[in-house]
Design a protein around this ligand. Structure first.
Ligand code: LLP
Length: 390
């Protein structure tokens, strides 16, 4: 049977027969996103790693692995998932300020491509555990470049005030220390300045900082095999129908034009949101429409447990009524059923007049949606469906 698609591209047969709430993944959008990355990086010594934290759904990570991307990991659980999905272990990076001993040992046992090291105590523990296991640990230092990425305060990571990375002023002494450790192989420098960055200027500043560091270490005869610029490219949460693909062209051009890579040096990226953000939608059904003195509420069967971004970061997601046949609009607060006042997807949003039973799409939810779901209020975790073949 041929699928029927609504104006936003959803296969309505699949949507209508699946119990809500659920994540609907458009695998064609995911594939075109990865194709665009491949197109923009072809011919350059660039290696893109997928940040599993954005979406760890086995079906999604498996698809991404088959396209040849590496894996960026922040926990033993993610390392296990990446191994199960079949990512080559030399294409795995392990980041995070608080790697525990078992997680370090786990990474060492697979000889992963790189531990992104965030402090001297961590470096010393990695060296010691590697020694005990008769291994040499591949590492890069995560440098905190003190660049303000002009994004939400909870997702800014590259300024001197937050917990991430090694301050640039002490990098030299930390590198000197690493070069003396017998079970450490220093491969590179790592940076990550924040997430949902939609202007290129912070990335240009990052390139300038890196160029300065490379000039300095050239003089000392220290060569880095890898420069890793992290993730952070933003997506268009306001008009996902017209901009389903992030602006990879400008993003990769920024590094092509501004970063002076040396010979035998690879540029690594750790992209999460820009790879999976637009392919995922949270589909939910209206349980009730309720009117109070001043407001109309649309109460959904999805809540902050399924998608926490609006409650946690006041994040904007487009919300569409997929089944209303009404021609007039009304203004609603769109909320979930969880017993928290912050369980709100949107305030004062205009929708076609909405009724109990209507199907609602919360768009651009592929990144940090399902992966941040919780079981608060003893709710079930959302399930997922995958659509291929538009
Ligand atoms: N590399 C490192 C070291 C990171 O910390 C992150 C994200 C990434 C790569 C991937 O960044 P992306 O390309 O996705 O921007 N939950 C928040 C986002 C948290 C980002 C954490 N780090 C949200 O829903 O907006």
């Amino acid at each position: 049977m041929l699928d029927t698609f609504n104006q936003h591209g959803f296969a309505m047969d699949l949507v209508e027969k699946t119990p809500t709430p659920f994540y609907y993944y458009d695998m064609d959008v995911l594939r075109s996103t990865i194709d665009e990355i491949k197109r923009c990086t072809a011919g350059f010594p660039f290696k893109v790693h997928y940040a599993l934290k954005a979406n760890g759904n086995p079906h999604i990570i498996n698809e991404i692995m088959h396209h040849g991307l590496g894996a960026d990991l922040v926990s033993g659980g993610e390392l296990k998932a990446a191994i199960e999905a079949g990512f080559p272990t030399q294409d795995m990076n392990f980041s995070g300020v608080g790697k525990t001993d078992w997680e370090i040992r786990f990474g060492l046992s697979y000889d992963i491509g790189c531990f992104n090291v965030e402090s001297v105590p961590e470096l010393d523990v990695i060296n010691q555990l590697a020694q005990e296991m008769g291994k040499t640990a591949n590492i890069a230092f995560r440098v905190n470049p003190d660049i303000d990425a002009h994004t939400h305060k909870y997702i800014t990571t590259g300024t001197a005030d937050n917990k991430f990375g090694i301050n640039i002023e002490v990098l030299e002494s930390v590198i000197n220390h690493a070069l003396e450790l017998p079970n450490i192989h220093l491969r590179g420098l790592h940076f990550h300045i924040g997430s949902q960055i939609t202007i290129m200027q912070p990335f240009v500043m990052l390139c300038d900082t890196i160029n300065g560091l490379l000039d300095h270490y050239d003089k000392r005869g220290i060569h880095f095999e890898i420069i890793n610029v992290g993730g952070g490219l933003g997506i268009d949460y306001s008009t996902p129908d017209t901009h389903p693909l992030p602006d990879f062209e400008s993003y990769f051009n920024t590094f092509k034009n501004h970063l002076k890579l040396r010979d035998n040096q690879e540029l690594h990226f750790e992209l999460g949101r820009s790879i999976v953000g637009e392919c995922g939608t949270l589909i939910t059904r209206v349980t009730f429409v309720k009117e109070s003195r001043n407001k109309k509420f649309v109460i959904l069967d999805a809540g902050m447990t399924d998608l926490i971004r609006p409650a946690l970061y006041e994040a904007h997601h487009e919300i569409q009524n997929l089944t209303s046949r009404e021609s007039t609009q009304a203004v609603y607060d769109i909320v979930g059923p969880v017993c928290e006042s912050s369980d709100v997807f949107a305030h004062d949003r205009s929708l076609p007049v909405t009724h109990r039973g209507d199907l609602i799409a919360i768009r651009s939810a592929g990144a940090y949606g399902e992966s941040m779901a919780s079981r608060y209020n003893m709710r079930a975790l959302p399930h997922s469906v995958f659509h291929t073949g538009n």
